[in-house]
Design a binder for this molecule. Sequence first.
Ligand SMILES: [Mg+2]
Length: 386
Amino acid sequence: MKILEARITIVGAPWRELVFLELTTDTGLTGVGEVRMVNKTDTLVACIEELAPRYVIGSDPFDVERLAWNVQRAEYGRPGEVTQSALAAFDIACWDLMGQSLGVPVWKLLGGRFRDRVPAYANGWYQAEREPAAISRLAKEVVKRGYRALKLDPFGAASAELPAADRRRAEAIIAGVRDAVGPDVQILVEMHGRFTPATAVRVAAVLKPYDPEWIEEPVPPENAAALARVRNATRIPIATGERAHTIADIREFIEGGIADIVQVDLTHFGGFLAMKQLAGWAAAHYLLMAPHNVCGPVGTMANVHLAVATPNYKMLEHFNDFADLWVHDLVDHAPRVSAEDGCFGLPERPGLGIRLNHDVCRAHPRTGGRINLFEAGWEKRGVSQS
Ligand SMILES: [Mg+2]
C-alpha cells in the first residue's frame, strides 16, 4: 500500500480553525487526521505541504517509525510545536489507513481493548460573564449532560499576579461551581501558565477548600524548577504538558516528580506512535495521562482510540458539546459523550471509523479565528479577537 495524495481541508469557527488532512492510497483507501493549531493555521499548513512530498507521498502508511524519524531527525532542525503537529496529522491518518486495510479499529493495533468507556471532561462551557451565579448555572447544565468532570479558568485575563479583588472573584466562582455540582464532580482549575510561582501558590491555597482535581499550568510551561516551587508548596495535583512536543520536552517534569497528570496533546506531540511511547514512560513513574484536546471530531476520535488501549489514561478533554456544536456534523460518525455516564463509547468501525463530510466542511470556511487568553472576555469564544 502506498500513499498517493495528501489533501488539506480547513474549517473555521469563531475562535479556532480545524485542519484536516486526508491521505489517499493506491488501494483506494482514505485516512484522515486532524490538528487544531493554536493561532498558526497557515504555518502548520505550510509545514504539512513542505514535508508531505518529502516523506509521505509514495510511502507505506505502516512505516510510522520511519516517518517520525525522518521528521524529527533527518530534518536535522529540532522538532517543535509546528513540526510535531504536522507529524501528528500524518501519523493519525496513517493509523486510520492501517486499521482500514486490516479491517480493525485503530485501538486493536495500539494494545487492544483495555477499557470500554472513555471518561470525558467538559471545557468551553462557561461562555458567560465572569460572575459566580452565571457560571454556576452553566456548570449545572454540564453535569445534566452526564459529565462527571469539568474545567474552567476563573482568572480572566490575569498575567503574573492576581489582585486581591480578582482573587476573591476567582474563589467565589470556584466555590459556586462546587456548590452547584456537588462533592463528587471533578473540578479542574485551568491557570493557562498565567502566574509567577508565588502567585500560583497563593491562589492554590485559596482554592484548596473546594477540592480541585488538579491545577493546570500554574506557571508558564518551560521551566521545571519554577513549577517545582509550586509542586512543593501545594497538595493539589498539578497537570501540565499541553505545550510539550517531544519526550525530551517533558522529561524533566516527569523524572523530577513535578507533574502529576501528563497532558501532552496527541495532535501536537507526533501522533499515536509518540503517545504510546510516552504513556509507557509515564507509567514507569506511576503517572496518568489526561491529554489536552481542542480538536473537532477527528482528533477527538483519535484520542478515544488511544484511551481504549492505554491503561494509564485518566480522561479526555472535550469542547464540542459546548463550543461550535456543528462540528459534530463535519464527519459521519462523530464521537459522542453519553448522558448516562459522561463517557465516550467503544469505536467499532475499522480505522478511526469516521469520514469527513466535505459539504459540511465547505459550509464553514476559514474565519481566521484565534484566541488570546490574555485579553478580557476570551471566555466567551464568540468572535475573532484582534
Ligand atoms: Mg490547558
